[in-house]
Design a binder for this molecule. Structure first.
Ligand SMILES: C[S@@+](CC[C@H](N)C(=O)[O-])C[C@H]1O[C@@H](n2cnc3c(N)ncnc32)[C@H](O)[C@@H]1O
Length: 273
């Protein structure tokens, strides 16, 4: 994430529905003030803040782990002053988590990022290595097979069609690079996540689909997020993809007379067996 991508993601991350769905997952973990909690894929710190506010560390700490230095810097800027030494910022990723945390974490929270990890078996091994016995692994994602309720599919089809039409009309000479395929497009089903967790040595404690009403503002904001834009319109230069998606979604809302679109978040809390 560059700083401007971080800023655009922060806009999305501050929308009320996003806070609510992440807060629900954090609350499902039942965190206590003395615990050590890892916020994996912390991004610009929106969920780190929720974890800190929920557990009020006393003797415990929150470790924000994030591969993007610029996102981590934004998180540090927002949180360090208020929370001081109870929050730590570590540059790293899920696939090498145990380099930073070893068998000491009470919980690892991984919000809105698991779909980005290519080698999920390795990630689960690393999470397991970072956790103490019976530690919690909580994650959520809206990029899984089942996120889009069947009755919303016509909306998505029309959105992408509108966005592609805008792109073609305004760039008749340009060809999409169809080879480009981003990890965000490879989406696991709920059953596949269940199997992975079982194979990785985790018992599922709680698994739910949380329906969220996405407003036009929310969908425009998510269009600005690089990983989303590249996933929705692969092979189109990023700035153009963002612009086409934002105009495409506004057109589609108008044409289909929509006020919101339902999207499911998968919310999971599992225990190291
Ligand atoms: C959509 S943001 C979510 C940020 C935050 N967790 C939230 O829910 O608001 C996804 C984050 O995951 C990070 N990320 C991508 N690949 C990762 C990996 N392999 N391990 C850990 N984090 C990763 C990205 O840099 C980005 O900051």
């Amino acid at each position: 994430m560059t700083t401007s991508e971080g800023d655009s993601f922060r806009r999305f991350a501050s929308l009320p529905f996003y806070t609510a769905v992440n807060r629900r997952l954090v609350e499902m973990c039942g965190l206590r003030p003395s615990q050590t909690v890892v916020d994996l894929g912390a991004g610009t710190g929106a969920v780190t803040a929720l974890i800190l506010e929920t557990m009020h560390p006393e003797g415990g700490e929150v470790v924000a782990v994030e591969p993007s230095e610029s996102a981590l810097e934004l998180a540090r800027r927002d949180l360090q002053e208020r929370w001081g030494t109870v929050v730590k910022f570590v540059s790293g990723q899920a696939e090498n988590l145990s380099r930073f945390v070893q068998r000491t974490a009470d919980a690892v929270v991984f919000c809105n990022a698991i779909h980005l990890v290519e080698d999920k078996r390795r990630m689960l091994h690393e999470v397991s290595e970072a956790l103490r016995e019976r530690g919690l692994f909580a994650f959520n994602s809206t990029f899984f097979d089942g996120a889009q309720p069947p009755d919303t599919m016509p909306f998505y089809v029309m959105w992408v069609r509108r966005a592609l039409r805008i792109f073609r009309e305004e760039n008749p000479e340009m060809r999409r690079n169809k080879e480009e395929r981003v990890q965000a497009r490879i989406q696991l089903s709920v059953d596949e996540y269940r199997r992975l967790l079982a194979e990785g040595g985790f018992d599922v404690q709680h698994m739910e689909l949380c329906p969220v009403e996405m407003s036009l503002e929310g969908l425009e904001a998510i269009s600005e997020y690089e990983l989303f834009a590249k996933g929705a319109l692969p092979g189109i230069p990023l700035a153009m993809a963002v612009d086409c998606l934002k105009r495409g979604v506004a057109d589609t809302f108008r044409e289909q007379n929509l006020t919101s679109v339902t999207r499911n978040w998968l919310q999971v809390v599992a225990v190291k067996a």
